[in-house]
Structures are given as C-alpha cells and as structure tokens.
Design a protein around this ligand. Structure first.
Ligand code: 0L1
Ligand code: MG
Length: 262
C-alpha cells in the first residue's frame, strides 16, 4: 500500500460523506496519484466496515465494468467489485427519489444467489453453476460520487464502484437449463426502447463474472459465502435517468421489472 492508514480513513470519510450528503467530489487520485489497487480496495473496505458498524446490512456483492466494451473504453483488463446494501434495495414496481442521488444511471443485469461457497483461485463457470441456487433479473442504479462520472479505476473502486440502488424482479430460476449466454434483455425508458443486449455481453457469460469475483476475492484470502446475492454487471450500457422517468426491462424467460424515478 502507498497510503498510510490515516489518509485511507480520511478518503473513506470524504467518499462516504459525498454519498450520504449527495455531494459531487473530485476524484481522489487527483490528490493521491500514487495510490495503488490495495489502497483503493482498502478504502472501500473501510466504508463497508463503517456502514456495518452503524447497523447497515451488506445485502450482497457486485461486479462492475464487466463488458468488454466498457473495459476497453477504460483501458483495463479486469472488472472491479464492490458491495450492495440493505438501504440500496428498491421493490420491483417501486419508486426511487432522485433527491437522494447525484446523477443516477441504470444497467440491466442478471443476479445470482449462491447455495454453496465459492473460492478462487481456479473458480470457473462450472463451479459457479453448480453452486448457484437461482438467478433472477436485476436493475442496478449506479451513482458515481465523482463530478460528471469522471474517474479512473482506483478512484471508482474506492467509491464502492458507484453502487447506489438496485431492483430485483421477474422470476427466480435455476441456471441449469437456462441459456444465460443468449438470454436477451430489452430496456424501455418512458415506453421507448433505449437498450437491448444479451447475457454474453457480461464477460461472455454472466456466470464467468461470478467466477472472476471468486478469483479476485480469493487473491485477497476471501470467498463468496453461501446465500450471497451477486449483481454480475451491466448487460446494457448505463442509461442516465431523472425524476419522472419510468424504466422497465424485459428479460427473456425471466419476466420483467420496473421502477419509477421521482
Ligand atoms: O456497475 C458498474 O458497472 C459500474 C462500475 C463503475 C463505473 C461506473 O460508475 O460507470
Ligand atoms: Mg452494474
């Protein structure tokens, strides 16, 4: 690590305050260009530990930047991971007040729920499918705390990968017998199609995103416990939303979900 503990704690305060007070901030690498990946995940961990200490429940994990197009755009070869919270959960058909967010965007995703632990290294799609209880449709609402969504990878990891809200909906099904690679989604904003995609947009197969998460956590001596909800990453591009927008997403063989921004 390149940053001392006091600096990492100060940066965690800076970023969590930005989230809680709905305040755009400048990216932290402007001030600390030498910070490394370990510093970035450590700042995220400090934010997570502070939330837990205040009684927030960690509802699951998420992978971000899992599409090859988005990775290429950011000049990286590895996705990033973060966590989701109980207060981030929004009911299917529910409302999300924009007054609590800075500049939200939505991504259609597939969520997995595990029934057995997954631990890297060496975790692969077969391990993930065998350890999955069910999959279900998800919509992630990302809301970078950085001005104009302008950041680099280390800054966005520290900012818990822009995690803000999420909606789970549709049908829960075993992944066995589902063609997740070719599973199509259509996203509508105010009744108009704004994005279409297939499961293969997520690292070739959404289960490979879970395998990669297990391998990334394994490199830090951690695992994905049984019963973990995992958002596998956007199939569609991230679509900006504002108060008054209705978003609905249809998932082939898995039903649909919707949410309204107020
Ligand atoms: O969930 C995501 O893919 C977002 C990762 C962070 C990058 C962003 O905010 O666009
Ligand atoms: Mg996402």
């Amino acid at each position: 690590m390149k940053l001392d503990q006091t600096t990492r704690e100060q940066l965690a305060t800076y970023l969590e305050n930005a989230e809680l007070q709905r305040e755009e901030v400048t990216k932290i690498t402007d001030q600390y260009p030498d910070m490394d990946w370990e510093d970035a995940y450590d700042i995220q961990d400090i934010i997570r530990a502070r939330k837990t200490a205040r009684g927030v429940r960690i509802a699951g994990l998420k992978m971000g930047l899992t599409s090859h197009a988005k990775m290429k755009q950011m000049g990286v070869t590895e996705p990033i991971h973060g966590f989701i919270t109980d207060y981030g959960s929004v009911a299917d058909g529910g409302e999300i007040p924009c007054s609590r967010l800075i500049h939200p965007k939505v991504e259609a995703e597939i969520a997995f729920v595990t029934k057995r632990a997954l631990k890297g290294p060496g975790c692969h799609i077969g391990d993930v499918l065998a350890a999955t209880d069910f999959v279900l449709p998800a919509l992630e609402v990302i809301d970078s705390r950085y001005k104009d969504f302008r950041f680099d990878l280390k800054s966005v990891i520290a900012d818990n990968t822009s995690s803000a809200r999420y909606v789970l909906g549709g049908y829960s099904r075993s992944p066995i017998g589902l063609d997740l690679r070719n599973l199509g989604v259509v996203m509508y904003k105010n009744g108009e199609v704004v994005a279409t995609a297939a499961g293969s947009a997520v690292l070739g197969h959404p289960a490979s995103s879970v395998a990669m998460l297990a391998n990334m956590l394994g490199a830090r001596g951690r695992e994905i416990p049984p019963g973990t909800l995992i958002l596998t990453g956007g199939m569609t591009e991230a679509i900006p939303v504002a108060a008054g927008d209705n978003i609905s997403v249809g998932y082939q063989n898995l039903g649909s979900l919707s949410v309204r921004f107020t």
